[in-house]
Design a protein around this ligand. Sequence first.
Ligand code: CTP
Ligand code: MG
Length: 230
Amino acid sequence: VRLWAVIPAAGTGSRFGAATAKQYLSLGDKSVIEHSMSKLLGREDIAALVVALHPEDSHFSSLPIANDPRVRPVVGGAERSDSVELALNALAGEAADTDWVLVHDAARPCVSQQDIHTLLERGCAHAVGAILASPVVDTVKRSNAEGEIVETVDRNNMWRALTPQLFRYGQLRDALAYCREKHLSVTDEASALERCGQRPLLVAASHRNIKITYPDDLAIAAVFLEGEQQ
Ligand code: CTP
Ligand code: MG
């Protein structure tokens, strides 16, 4: 059984609002995506890392890390789930259905190698696979169309889904294809598996594993990465 990795990096960062897609902005000594890729490439057991890029990407090929022999760029799709599906397609014929795939957002540069290790240990021992996640800390409300509170959702047993997420190659590919055909919205890999009746495992991760979404997140990530080097 082999281990593969996929990084969806085909987004345009519309919420961030910069002229350059957020994954290419600099964060300390390198760009956001180089941090995210390095965290995965630090593991020698990853056979290849497929990176899904925007069709008009003009930044990736000039990154030093693009020359790593395990790195394979492919063109991504309109939604994150399309990008992941296209990246998985690039491994067809090479990856076995029972091989494991780690999927990690380009926009999460602060994931720790310890959390990746724990995810692999616990996920590979689980029937379906696992995702990094973080317990919800705020009180959570459900609203109606008027923006009024309908109820307070019990925050016990509520988690925020992070990445990496770890699934079997064949099962993930089939689940994403099923959701695409049925027009089911899928914002992470686990939700595709859930739609197919599976129950992936949650693995508690460091709260430092933030997704760069808004400009302030870059400053927060810089502080977290500085702490890592100590
Ligand atoms: N992504 C992708 N293909 C898409 C959309 C997103 O590969 N069609 C990637 C992004 O590049 C990012 C990850 O999925 O690494 C998480 O998505 P998100 O944080 O939503 O990034 P963007 O879609 O770029 O940002 P926004 O939603 O604000 O436009
Ligand atoms: Mg998006």
